[in-house]
Design a protein around this ligand. Structure first.
Ligand code: AGP
Length: 371
């Protein structure tokens, strides 16, 4: 009923708008007054964490994309190498695992069969398994050595939204906690990043307050047959997630690419009028922003219509954007938390305009309990 959906037409839309709260709840109580980060349910000792010399993240679908973002954050802050692997592929490649490998399983439902089988395999090889999960007492955290619960509240829409954002939060917390325990980052820096994380709920609310612009754009795309998404660095998994949302909900062909990979093949797909959504990294000292702009110029020169998500104040993008969606200014590693929101709104509204059932897309189930 409409009441259950807080007056929204879909659970998905309700859940998109719950994201500021979900992110805030997932951060709650983690940052102690002494400046130290605490993860109460962690269950792995500091010594066990210090012994870890490799991390393998396993997950499916949207949770896998959260894992891809986590790789950037964990490697940058802790210098521990991270692999991210699709749970359904993990067991079959005979992965190299031992007691110093931490396997991180990310699952909103905690019941995904592919992920469950993967952690069972990892534990047989003596690896420690940490679950990042939204469902208390579900199978995956029960079979893991440790858990970080996300506090998104129940996610009903088949398409994951607040589940994804809170998984990102948990991944950042894990990365910072490891950095604290291993001493690869100092307390001041960790506190500063925590403060930036704590400001994210307001930034998401600001993005949501401009939902109408995104809706209008989405409705203008009802006849679109194909959409590309481009990103770089932490924006690359955002591009993949934006494309997955469109496939799931609007049933149109959508693909995400790392912008630097365009010239190695995908640019051949570009033709007159093709919509290309571009997640533009924040301006910074690295070359990411400039390189993204040159990728955008390349697709535009071949007739693409570019829809650019770029931070407030970035005027250099204006000549190359047929449409511009503004994002709050946040560091590149945290940008996925704000950049994915317009892509969720876009997919939800486009699917609605096409007359699809957004909460129950065809052929999909909320939790996939078969391998
Ligand atoms: C997301 O929109 C999907 N419906 C799907 O990819 C999902 O993220 C995947 O099945 C993993 O689910 P889990 O997080 O519950 O394990």
């Amino acid at each position: 009923s409409a009441a259950e959906k807080d007056g929204h037409d879909w659970f998905m839309r309700k859940e998109i708008f719950e994201q500021p709260r979900a992110v805030a709840d997932s951060l709650l109580g983690r940052h102690a007054r002494n400046g130290l980060l605490q993860l109460d349910e962690m269950r792995l000792s500091d010594q066990e964490l210090r012994d870890i010399d490799k991390i393998i993240i396993i997950a499916c679908g949207t949770s896998f994309y959260a894992g891809l973002v986590a790789k950037y954050a964990i490697e940058h802050w802790t210098r521990v190498p991270v692999e991210v692997e699709l749970a359904s592929e993990f067991r079959y490649r005979d992965p190299i695992l031992d007691y110093s490998t931490l396997v991180v399983a990310i699952s909103q439902s905690g019941e995904t069969a592919d992920t469950l089988q993967a952690i069972r395999h990892a534990r047989l090889q003596r690896s420690k398994v940490l679950a990042i999960c939204n469902t208390n007492g579900s199978t995956i955290p029960r079979e893991s050595d440790a858990v970080i619960y996300t506090h998104a509240g129940p996610e009903i829409g088949v398409a994951s939204t607040k589940g994804f954002l809170t998984q990102l939060v948990a991944c950042y917390l894990l990365a910072l906690y490891l950095a604290q325990v291993k001493g690869t980052r100092y307390g001041d820096e960790i506190s500063e990043i925590m403060r930036q994380l704590e400001s994210i709920p307001d930034q998401i609310a600001a993005v949501l307050s401009r939902a109408d612009e995104v809706y209008e754009l989405a409705r203008a795309h009802v006849d679109t047959r194909s959409v590309l998404f481009l990103g770089r660095h932490a924006g690359y998994p955002v591009a993949l997630e934006g494309a997955l949302k469109l496939k799931e909900l609007a049933y149109i062909h959508a693909e995400g690419f790392a912008a630097g990979e365009l010239k190695h093949g995908p640019i051949a797909l570009v033709e007159e009028g093709l919509p290309v959504l571009c997640v533009v990294p924040p301006r910074g000292r690295d070359q990411l922003h400039e390189k993204m702009i040159s990728g955008i110029q390349e697709v535009r020169a071949r007739g693409a219509r570019t829809i650019c998500l770029a931070e407030e104040g970035d005027t250099s993008i204006e000549p190359y954007a047929d449409h511009l969606i503004r994002l709050p200014r946040v560091p590149v590693l945290l940008q996925p938390l704000v950049a994915v929101v317009p892509l969720q709104l876009f997919a939800c509204e486009l699917a609605t305009a096409m007359g699809h059932d957004v909460d129950q897309p065809r052929n999909l189930a909320k939790s996939v309990t078969v391998e």
